[in-house]
Write a protein that binds this ligand. Structure first.
Ligand code: BGC
Length: 741
């Protein structure tokens, strides 16, 4: 017994000695904030300055003396970008950086399925972990303000509620793997063409009701560990060091405790960066930064120039310590987290996730006389037309471009799935024949020299013989065709697509148009084409996903995350003349006033009584659904209370499928202008033929609130509200009225 006590005492003493010798900042039993304080107290001024700016294109240093590893970021948001050289955008030429390309975020939003957003984040997080990346530069949640927006494909559509519900699980899924999300581009980065020049003028109401909610949800509900400032200006100040955006809204009002990272080259001023909330500077192209120069990073705005101002006594280390605290917090959440799960690259599960998201996001826009799914008995000769059937879409488009380990092209997917039919191909038109992007070459040569007349004639000739024609067109991630750095020049489909479609329709009306893009487009022949499918940029499994929908193996259930305008005049930004176009050649600041205010997307078409080509939330299925009468647990709600509505949904058709029940709120009277309706809840439900399920949708007072510009806060006015429930924003048969007390 005595011996036992002695050895217990000895063990206790050793543990205590060990604990004593472990500094607090390394002691995992201590709360993170205490560890941060301790680490901070040990850091020199030089070490502090070092951790708040980059040391290479995508990394920033840790604190080697104290054992904090370097921090590695990478794009984002559709897969983990291949490695570039230390100081240059050129590919590093690694052989172990191919990835799974997940569908673009527009497609994810079109699933209206938050569980898939979680799966997306988790899968991407595992790929990032394997590649030793600590921060993924994404997801993007800028609002789809105009269909010309070059980066809309990287975002989650036009509606703040939909984007909010989808971004939260994406962030949580990613961060559950110990990889930080860097939600971008905060905020008002809705103009790609002039992203460095635009000074956005927007009402507080539109800012808070339309442009900020998804960022706020990502921060407050998703718990995002970092956020990326946008290039553009707001209140004449760059968003990467904008006092209102960062200090006031993000950090003070929302309580953000993470790191504000500049967009690459988005920092322009040392003192503004010091004072206005930027924490970590990346990608600056300052005077001293020439490619490969050894001292380049010392010349960053938040490097030696900052240190100099401290040495001169203009600033104390107050702001610096605050920035370093946040960076250290990010270290503890990522690089210093020793309990992260394992990473996997290109796993079967990741491919399965990419396929599932792609299949659920594809939207069946039109399907006259049930042309789709193809009747395999009658469809023996299929003609595929269009460059997008053979063009890799994981390559191009800007920083989201990937080196995918595999990408099934639409033509190959169709050939594989319809192996019993004769599948022929005609190019139809030639687009921008870009063969490579950022060092990654497209899989198949797109070289083509025949004149357009010959290409059209070939497609028409072959179409005459076909039982069905699948035209795979749309945009293609070349400059001005859904690509970073530029907006589209026109709402029309580019190249000779319309001409070829019209020519084919004259000889074969059994034409399915599959549109690949992140944006809507004018479809002048729409009344003559029986079936239209929106297939986005959907990554590694594109061909398989598209073919599975055309064949009916998968019953489409995607819903549009934006309004598909018939023409640009239906879009508020254009109708009010408040989009600057693509004509400027100088680099002067452009004031861009969002004159349409809160009337973005369906809020504008509703307001003006316009009928778009396809409404927000629209998407057909191979079966039919009926939404029944709503019952509610109460007719009156208090400001703190909630109301739950139950609606029965029945699959009235012959095949199983999913329907998304959408709930919109219409304010019956208000002190201020209110949109005709606003999305406030939704639920996707899978039903067997004949099956009925009750869907419960719950809303609180936030669902009826507007942003009160005089009180600078949200206001839920007592009064009567109508609930509209259905399966698209233009198909809301079920109504319920309640009062807010
Ligand atoms: C883009 C960001 C991207 C960064 C790094 C910038 O030009 O706007 O979205 O994350 O580059 O590639």
């Amino acid at each position: 017994m005595k011996k036992f006590i002695m050895s217990a005492l000895l063990i206790g003493a050793t543990a205590a000695a060990q604990a004593q010798s472990t500094p607090v900042y390394l002691d995992e039993s201590k709360p993170i904030e205490q560890r941060i304080d301790d680490a901070l107290s040990r850091m020199t001024l030089e070490e502090k300055i070092a951790v708040i700016h980059a040391q290479s294109k995508f990394s920033s240093p840790g604190v080697k003396r104290l054992g904090f590893p370097d921090l590695w970021t990478d794009d984002g948001p559709h897969g983990v970008r291949p490695d570039v050289l230390w100081d240059e955008w050129e590919q590093a030429g690694q052989t172990n950086d191919s990835c799974v390309a997940f569908p673009a975020l527009t497609c994810l939003a079109a699933t209206w399925n938050p569980q898939l957003a979680r799966l997306y984040g988790e899968s991407l997080g595992e790929e990032a972990l394997y590649r030793n990346k600590n921060v993924m530069l994404g997801p993007g949640v800028n609002i789809y303000r105009t269909p010309l927006g070059g980066r809309n494909f990287e975002y989650m559509g036009e509606d703040p509620w939909l984007a909010s519900r989808m971004v939260v699980p994406y962030v949580q899924g990613l961060q559950s793997k110990g990889v930080a999300a860097c939600v971008k581009h905060y905020a008002l980065n809705n103009d790609e063409e002039y992203r460095h020049q635009v000074n956005v003028i927007v009402s507080d109401r539109a800012l808070h009701e339309i442009y900020l909610p998804a960022f706020k949800a990502a921060v407050q509900e998703g718990g995002a560990w970092s956020i990326m400032g946008a290039y553009n200006l707001y209140q004449n100040q760059h968003n990467c060091h904008n006092a209102t955006m960062l200090n006031k809204i993000l950090k003070k009002d929302w309580g953000f405790d993470g790191v504000v990272i500049s967009d690459w080259g988005g920092c322009h001023d040392t003192e503004e960066a010091i004072k206005n909330g930027l924490d970590l500077e990346f990608g600056s192209w300052t005077d001293g930064l020439t490619m490969g120069a050894t001292n380049a990073y010392d010349n960053y705005y938040m490097a030696l120039p900052y240190k100099k101002l401290i040495k001169e006594g203009k600033y104390t280390t107050k702001e610096l310590d605050e920035k370093v605290r946040r960076v250290l917090r990010l270290f503890y959440r990522t690089t210093m987290n020793r309990h992260k799960p394992y990473g996997f690259l290109c796993s079967d599960n990741h491919y399965a996730a990419a396929l599932k998201i792609a299949q659920e996001g594809i939207v069946l826009l039109k399907n006259d006389k049930n042309l789709l799914p193809f009747d395999l008995q009658k469809t023996k000769k299929i003609l595929v037309v269009g460059e997008n059937a053979i063009k890799m879409m994981t390559v191009g488009g800007g920083s989201s471009s990937l080196k995918a380990q595999k990408e099934i092209l639409p033509l190959d997917g169709i050939k594989a799935r319809f192996a019993d039919a004769e599948v022929d191909y005609a190019r139809g038109y030639v687009g921008d024949t870009i063969q490579s992007y950022n060092g990654v070459t497209v899989g198949r040569s797109l070289y083509e020299t025949r004149p357009q007349a010959e290409l059209t004639a070939e497609a028409v000739e072959k179409a005459k013989q076909a039982d069905a024609v699948i035209f795979i067109g749309g945009l293609n991630k070349s400059d001005h065709q859904d690509c970073e750095g530029h907006d589209r020049k026109s709402y029309d489909l580019p190249y000779a697509q319309n001409e070829v479609i019209e020519a084919i329709l004259k000889v074969n009306p059994r034409l399915v148009y599959v549109n690949i893009s992140g944006n809507g487009a004018a479809l002048p022949w729409i009344n003559k084409v029986p079936a239209v499918v929106q297939a986005w940029f959907i990554g590694s499994e594109a061909g398989e996903a598209i073919a599975s929908v055309l064949a009916g193996d998968v019953n489409p259930s995607g819903k549009l995350p934006f309004t598909w305008y018939a023409s640009l005049s239906q879009c508020g930004a254009h109708a009010t003349g408040s989009y600057p176009g693509n004509w400027r050649e100088d680099y002067k600041i452009i004031d861009e006033e969002y004159k349409e205010g809160i009337y973005v997307g369906y809020r504008y078409t509703d307001h003006k009584g316009l009928k778009p080509l396809f409404a927000f939330g629209h998407g057909l299925s191979y079966t039919t659904f009926k939404v029944g009468k709503a019952t509610a647990d109460k007719q009156e709600m208090t400001a703190e209370g909630k109301i739950s509505l139950v609606v029965p949904v029945t699959n009235t058709g012959k095949v199983a499928g999913s329907e998304t029940v959408q709930l919109y709120i219409a304010a019956k009277q208000s002190k201020v202008d209110r949109p005709v309706k606003e999305l406030k809840a939704f639920q996707k439900v899978y039903l067997q033929p004949g099956e009925t399920r009750n869907v419960t949708l719950t809303i609180g007072a936030d669902a009826v609130s507007y942003y009160d510009e005089t009180a600078n806060g949200w206001c839920a006015e007592p009064g009567t509200y109508e609930v509209l429930i259905g399966t698209a924003s233009d198909k809301l048969p079920t109504k319920y009225t309640f009062k807010l007390k």
